[in-house]
Design a protein around this ligand. Structure first.
Ligand SMILES: [Zn+2]
Length: 391
């Protein structure tokens, strides 16, 4: 038997219910009111249970679980994972962020496109398989992961402990483009240390802020240098560097003893974070030749997430390309995802492809078109059948 079409009313009902659960990432704080990743996880497990999947849960941190459901296959096929993060970014300046609105073919609210829409699609995939009496030879895994928006502890844990899969699709909002690659992200803090003194006698101190100014000059050419450095990655282009937060000094009448600069480096697949940090050290070293009293250090990474580089020849990419062309009637768009995601942490070849657009993600008017969810559901279903040799 074949399967039916995705049903808009089921997709919107699932998504609206999930948008109403405020699963804002707690970031550095413990989870509490408004930070209900756990409730999102319980909601997902309840629905996977109701569909008859074998469900599991693993607490990565207190109140911060990964959860999954397994639709067991009948034979020897590959295990395909549909993964999504359970958390969202915050809602500052976004009134009624958790009061979902369904109108004009859209579902609106925090998390709608990033990325609860994908979870609604995953549930619909299971329902369509069951209603069509399709029994897959391999297992289908559906996972809800915690903490993507911060340190990605959920997907990191999945990679080392989570049920293993052969292929993973991550339904982050790509507007149904297929993204088998993205850059990695390395954030660090450069600190200068000086000697505080009264600003009436600056020569008695060492000015950490003025030293940081020299550090900034020493790093000012780095982003441009990356643009002309070596061959571009076919999808990701070149690496990027930016200096984004600075803190130093205490009062205007004192020579500052400390200054901290937070820098962000987006690196290409194959680039090593260690080499990037070594380059930072070398730049500071060269600067201290000119400034003998400079004391500058580079911190350990404050954020490090891996690059993704699934070959375009992978059966997973090919399955998505074929499915997307068949569902949308136009050639699939293959490109790099702009940001970092859970995908490189999952322990198997992974591709990002999902409903909705990044322009709406993290904004104060977050929405997803129901039509995108219907198409995403069909694309996932066709890709899973292809990967399992069932198309
Ligand atoms: Zn996301």
């Amino acid at each position: 038997m074949t399967h039916g079409a995705p049903r808009a009313e089921r997709l919107t009902a699932d998504l609206a219910r999930m948008v109403a659960i405020p699963s804002v990432n707690p970031f550095a704080e413990p989870p509490g009111p408004g930070h209900r990743e756990e409730e999102m996880a319980q909601d997902l497990v309840a629905h996977l249970d109701a569909l008859g999947l074998e469900t599991g849960r693993r607490d990565v941190a207190p109140g911060r679980p990964n959860v999954w459901g397994r639709l067991r296959g009948t034979g020897q096929g590959p295990t395909v994972l549909l993964a999504a993060h359970l958390d969202t970014v915050g809602t500052e300046g976004y009134p009624d962020a958790h009061a979902p609105r369904i109108a004009e073919g859209r579902v609106t609210g925090r998390g709608a496109c990033d990325m609860k829409a994908a979870i609604a699609c995953y549930l619909e995939v299971v329902r369509l398989l069951q209603e069509g009496d399709r029994h897959l030879p391999g297992d289908l895994l559906i996972a809800g992961l915690c903490d993507e928006e911060d340190q990605m502890i959920g997907s990191r844990d999945w990679g080392s402990h989570g049920p293993a899969a052969d292929f993973a699709i991550v339904g982050e909002p790509t507007g149904l483009a297929i993204c088998p690659a993205h850059k990695g992200q390395l954030c660090t803090v450069i600190r200068t240390e000086g000697v505080a003194t009264h600003s009436s006698r600056p020569e008695l101190g060492v000015n950490a802020v003025e030293h940081m100014a020299q550090v900034i000059v020493a790093f000012a050419d780095l982003d441009a240098a990356l643009q002309s450095d070596g061959p571009a990655h076919p999808l990701c282009g070149h690496g990027r560097f930016s200096m984004n937060v600075i803190r130093g000094g205490t009062i205007a009448s004192a020579i500052p003893a400390t200054c901290a600069l937070e820098v962000d480096r987006r690196f290409l697949p194959g680039e090593s974070p260690e080499a990037i940090l070594a380059d930072y050290e070398a730049r500071l070293e060269a600067l201290s030749d000119r400034l003998p009293d400079l004391r500058a250090t580079v911190s350990a990474p404050t954020l490090l997430s891996g690059a993704l580089d699934t070959p375009q020849t992978s059966p997973l990419v090919q399955a998505l390309v074929h499915a997307t062309a068949a569902v949308t009637g136009s050639p699939a768009r293959v490109g790099a995802f702009p940001g970092a995601t859970d995908a490189p942490n999952l322990g198997c070849p992974a591709v990002i492809c999902g409903p909705g657009h990044l322009e709406q993600a993290h904004s104060c008017d977050e929405w997803v078109a129901v039509e995108q969810m219907e198409k995403a559901t069909q694309i996932y279903l066709a890709s899973i059948l292809d990967l399992m040799g069932q198309s």
